[in-house]
Design a protein around this ligand. Structure first.
Ligand code: FCB
Length: 443
């Protein structure tokens, strides 16, 4: 099974999950510093204070990426390193760090793909309301322009946001992520302000003459009713609204879905949408990033027949409780291409959490991860043969890292990180992936 010449074989990380050095060289605090230091918020009280110490070990890490043979690397820029208070003075030392990374990648022949926001909102902006405050969108665009002015001549792929669903909903409705709010009205407002931030940032990059490709990454789910009963079908449609269409429709159709206002009416009206917002949000992009982790079978919730749903638990849950469904990736790629956009797509993340450990021989035998990626690559390839334009595939993650509310309790990396020594060791999946890259397909 071969992929097209020039297919982007990548790997992905995010700033707060790997960098550490949270108080160095002028970095300001982010909502994840605050949240991870809040008792009870993160498993075992883990924080990103040190993480993979990538801030100091970046050279060694870039060498590992070179050894792996990836053609591209998706990293995120920490807004609080670059603009420590979110708005106002720029911290040149923060920009210097990302410049070293970008130059280091280019020297190794690796194409940088930069995410501007992977959840680490400057705490000062949270203190002013965070994503519930419309001004945050304007500050994001200013920050995007600052990064672009320094790195625009060298970065071929720009992503504004990573997973606005998680920022808005997991952070403001479920409360499992920073800032830990549990308020549906705030969550829906945050959805809009995040999308507006994306739109304003795209406008800022375009105004600045961006030559790289500009996109956004959404996490999308494949949603199926558990049965054909009208109640289950309606529940699945609501979950699809909540997880997918609230992002896809404004981005690609310039409007919230027709059922959105009625669904959210019990908690909020859409008065946060101002004239012109949707034009900004739907401005043309160059590519679209998709993160895929979850496929759901959905049934009605008898306790909340009007607004609720239940996700049927997977038959064989993984350590995070979700199932493995490679076919869901093909479904999503094809749905997006068919219903929403002809833009080239990139799988900017997919991956499997395991409790990896080194055996007596030192080998980290993550065969389930190899099977996971093999299945997802087959699914992606199938979608391509059915007409989907797919530019690249970025496993989550290059390194084991701080997995948000799960702390260091689960591992997603191709490379094992022994946190006490910070030693990196390629897992069996890293060696397998290096071969995939070399032969440009499944060996
Ligand atoms: C995604 C996040 C990423 C990582 C993976 C496992 O939702 O974008 O940072 O945590 O899940």
């Amino acid at each position: 099974m071969r992929f097209p010449d020039g297919f982007l074989w990548g790997a992905a990380t995010a700033a707060y999950q790997i960098e550490g050095a949270v108080a160095e060289d002028g970095r300001g605090p982010s909502i994840w510093d605050t949240f991870s230091h809040t008792p009870g918020a993160v498993l075992r009280g883990d924080t990103g204070d040190v993480a993979c110490d990538h801030y100091h070990r970046w050279r060694e890490d870039l060498d590992l990426l070179g050894e792996l043979g990836v053609g591209a690397y998706r990293l995120s820029v920490a807004w609080p390193r670059v603009v420590p208070a979110g708005a106002g003075p720029v911290n040149p030392a923060g920009l210097d760090f990302y410049e070293r990374l970008v130059d280091g990648l280019l020297e190794r022949g690796i194409t940088p793909m930069l995410t501007l926001y992977h959840w680490d909102l400057p705490q000062a902006l949270q203190d002013a309301g965070g994503w519930a405050n419309r001004d945050t969108a304007a500050h994001f665009a200013d920050y995007a322009a600052v990064v672009h002015r320094r790195l625009g001549d060298r970065v071929p792929y720009w992503l504004t946001l990573n997973e606005p669903y998680c920022s808005a909903v997991v952070g403001h409705l479920d409360g499992r992520h920073a800032p830990g709010v549990r308020d549906e009205r705030v969550a829906v407002t945050a959805v809009h302000h995040l999308l507006l931030a994306h739109g304003r940032a795209v406008a800022a990059l375009r105004a600045d003459g961006v030559t790289g490709q500009v996109g956004i990454t959404c996490n999308l789910t494949s949603v199926h009713p558990a049965s054909e009963t009208p109640a289950d079908v309606a529940a699945a449609r609501r979950l699809d609204l909540h997880e997918n269409r609230m992002y896809l429709d404004p981005l690609f159709r310039g409007a919230y879905p027709a059922d959105a206002e009625a669904y959210y009416a019990p908690v909020t009206d859409f008065g946060f949408v101002h004239d012109g917002d949707l034009d900004l949000i739907a401005a043309p992009l160059d590519f679209f990033g998709i993160n895929y982790y979850e496929r759901h079978h959905v049934r009605a919730d008898p306790a909340d027949p009007e607004r609720g749903w239940q996700r049927v638990p997977p038959a064989r849950p993984t350590v995070t409780g979700i199932g493995v469904h490679p076919e869901g990736l093909a479904e999503i790629l094809e749905r997006v291409s068919r219903e929403y956009t002809g833009l080239p797509l990139v799988v900017t993340e997919t991956g499997l959490a395991l409790h990896d450990y080194a055996g007596p021989d030192g080998e980290i035998a993550d065969d389930e991860r190899i099977a996971f990626f093999e299945g997802h690559l087959r699914a992606a390839h199938g979608a391509m043969t059915r007409g989907v334009s797919l530019l690249g595939f970025f496993p989550w993650s290059f390194l084991d890292n701080f997995e948000w509310a799960s702390g260091y309790g689960v591992r997603y990396g191709l490379y094992y990180v022994d946190y006490p020594t910070q030693r990196r060791t390629p897992k069996r999946s890293a060696r397998w992936y290096a071969t995939v890259i070399r032969v440009n397909g499944l060996p």
